[in-house]
Design a binder for this molecule. Structure first.
Ligand code: GLY
Length: 604
């Protein structure tokens, strides 16, 4: 169960917004089955339209904080491309969004180039060379989950700086100094604290008080002196850390002063990351995981993320039904995609791992025929008995909720989809003294012991066991979708632990099947099932009572909220491109920043 303060924070805002524009019609694949259990009103409501969609003609950035979106757009205005904008946004998030933006964590980036080719950059943290399963077990062999959740043992070797700079070097056009300038300015000159950040920091006071450096940088030293909205928040040491990166590139983080500070403080406090772990860290360029959905091409992140594989599996299952006709969050739709989610997460638990260390049957899992077989036991009137929902056997043909996503597109057709994380909000709560940034608690995404779930309730097998230099399985799902004419269509992703996968999947369905604009699609209420626990979760104010009754009648255990009661989840950040249909029209980027959070779509 997540801390109450976090649950409150995550559930704070849900102002539903929407805007509808016409979309390409989907093609029904199979007739909808008769559903005697459904009443005429058995259809969930979707968000009402808003008259003020965010749109732009030259490019757009949608991120969890407006200042970070603006940092990215400033690069587009200078003539930079989507990668330049994404890198500027990523570094700015490390300053204005300490909850999840980071240089002490990691992430994944999916890049669509103007020629339509797609690549990905895996900058997931890896386990320090001294990390073994025993470090996370007590003398009786029981998993000590707290060790992977806070404090020095909880951190993997950070990958964000290597990933952002690799992308910039290979696919960007501007220099490091230019793309890092907004972040350095925000850290050095400070910025006016928004209400949400002031409140988040105040709510985390007790967490920070346990770590002197977190207390030094992110409190005023005393719980009776809270931050107030509007006061200036300056991060001088973080600014100097960023300057070292600007001057020396990756060596400015993985070697020299920053690396020494990390290694010294980890050694003093029982942590594992040493100078060699840092010096040896590398971001890896990998092929995306791609599938088609009703003629659209979907590209997402492969292992060590489970996101791309799971989204492909879910879309392959959804494509077998006329989801649009079945209705947005109707009991028939929820029943069907809930069954697809159970089977997909059972596969995730069994098959996913770091592809550099274990064999992951990615191609087998994403074959369309595989999901056809997996859904063969589906019954439109009853849930499949839990004991019979287990991982499948793919053909071995040849992956805190507190993560943050940003979506970027430029006028050349280039797009970047990035999900980045410290894992929990403020990661391990450890701040590097003298460098001013939070470290991740990504070790919790490993399996500490088979059968012991992580903080998101996800379990796994020895394929994802803690081991030296291994990357922990992730749910992050940065995704790019192309339309049937091979043009950029959608850039999407979300935070939210295991709900990242189901959120991203549902936003894609909302746009393609339910004809929603991107703002409406990210705002719309969601459901979630992850196989274990055996419960179908729905967001507050999402399912009408008769849908809930119909689901219960089919045998579903249904609850409002996830992870012990968080009522809303997954602050998705997406953009959709509308291409001209006539010569007098221009291409338009529509941005959708999830109203559950405080992000913004900024374009020009
Ligand atoms: N830390 C959440 C994830 O990577 O799935």
């Amino acid at each position: 169960m997540l801390p109450l303060a976090k649950a409150r924070t995550i559930g704070r805002a849900c102002l539903l917004a929407a805007f509808v524009v016409g979309l390409t019609a989907w093609t029904p694949i199979a007739p909808a089955p008769a559903d005697p259990g459904a009443s005429p009103s058995d259809r969930a409501t979707s968000p009402a339209p808003t008259p003020t969609p965010k749109y732009a003609e030259n490019g757009m950035v949608v991120a969890a904080k407006k200042r970070a979106s603006a940092a990215g757009v400033a690069m587009l205005k200078k003539g930079g491309n989507a990668v330049d904008a994404a890198v500027a946004t990523g570094f700015a998030l490390a300053v204005v969004h300490p909850w999840a933006g980071n240089i002490g964590g990691g992430g994944f980036m999916v890049i669509r180039r103007p020629d339509g080719s797609v690549t990905t950059i895996d900058h997931r943290e890896d386990a320090p060379s001294g990390a073994t399963q025993e470090r996370f077990l007590d003398e009786d062999g029981n998993a000590v989950r707290a060790r992977s959740r806070r404090g020095y043992l909880a951190s993997g070797v950070p990958g964000t700086v290597a990933g952002l700079l690799k992308a910039l070097d290979k696919y960007g056009t501007l220099d490091r100094a230019t793309v890092m300038a907004p972040a350095i300015r925000l850290a050095r000159d400070g910025f006016s604290l928004p209400y949400a950040l002031a409140t988040d920091l105040n709510e985390a006071y007790q967490d920070f008080a346990a770590f002197p450096s977190a207390k030094k940088y992110f409190t005023k030293g005393d719980s009776t002196k809270p931050y107030r909205a509007g006061e200036r928040f300056v991060q001088e040491d973080l600014a100097e850390t960023l300057v070292r990166i600007r001057e020396q590139g990756t060596a400015g983080f993985y070697e020299g002063k920053t690396a020494e500070l990390i290694a010294e403080q980890f050694a003093e406090n029982g942590g594992l990351i040493d100078k060699q772990d840092l010096a040896e860290y590398e971001a890896v360029e990998r092929e995306p995981v791609s599938t088609t959905y009703r003629g659209y091409e979907v590209h997402s992140m492969g292992p060590p993320s489970s996101g791309g594989v799971a989204i492909a599996q879910l879309l392959n299952a959804a494509e077998r039904k006329p989801i649009g006709k079945m209705g947005f969050n109707s009991s028939r739709t929820v029943h069907y995609i809930g069954e697809a989610m159970r089977r997909t997460f059972a596969d995730r638990a069994k098959w996913l791992g770091d592809p550099d260390h274990v064999e992951v049957p990615t191609q087998g899992l994403i074959q369309k025929d595989y999901m056809r077989q997996r859904m063969a036991s589906y019954d439109s009137l009853r849930i499949t008995p839990s004991d019979s929902v287990k991982a499948g056997r793919p053909m071995l043909a040849s992956e805190s909720m507190e993560t943050s996503h940003y979506s970027v597109a430029d006028s050349s057709g280039m797009a970047v989809s990035v999900t980045t994380t410290l894992n929990s909000g403020y990661g391990s709560k450890v701040v590097i003294d003298g460098a001013g940034f939070f470290m991740n608690n990504e070790m919790n995404d490993f399996v500490l012991k088979p059968g012991v779930p992580n903080q998101f309730g996800l379990s796994g097998t020895e394929r994802n066991l803690v081991a030296p230099d291994r990357r922990m399985v992730s749910s992050m799902s940065p995704t790019v979708v192309e339309d049937p004419q091979d043009r950029l269509f959608l850039v999407i992703g979300a935070p939210g632990g295991s709900t990242i996968i189901t959120t991203t999947f549902q936003v894609i369905m909302n746009v393609i099947d339910h004809d929603m604009d991107i703002e409406q699609a990210v705002a719309a209420g969601r459901i979630h099932h992850q196989w274990k626990p055996r419960v179908l979760s729905y967001e507050k104010n999402t399912l009408p009572q008769d849908v809930v009754w119909n689901l219960r009648a089919r045998g579903w255990p249904v609850t409002m909220g996830v992870f012990g009661g968080i009522p809303q989840w997954g602050r998705a950040q997406g953009l959709r491109v509308k291409h001209p249909e006539r010569p007098d029209q221009s291409r338009v980027f529509f941005g959708g920043s999830d109203p559950r959070g405080t992000g913004a779509a900024v374009g020009f």
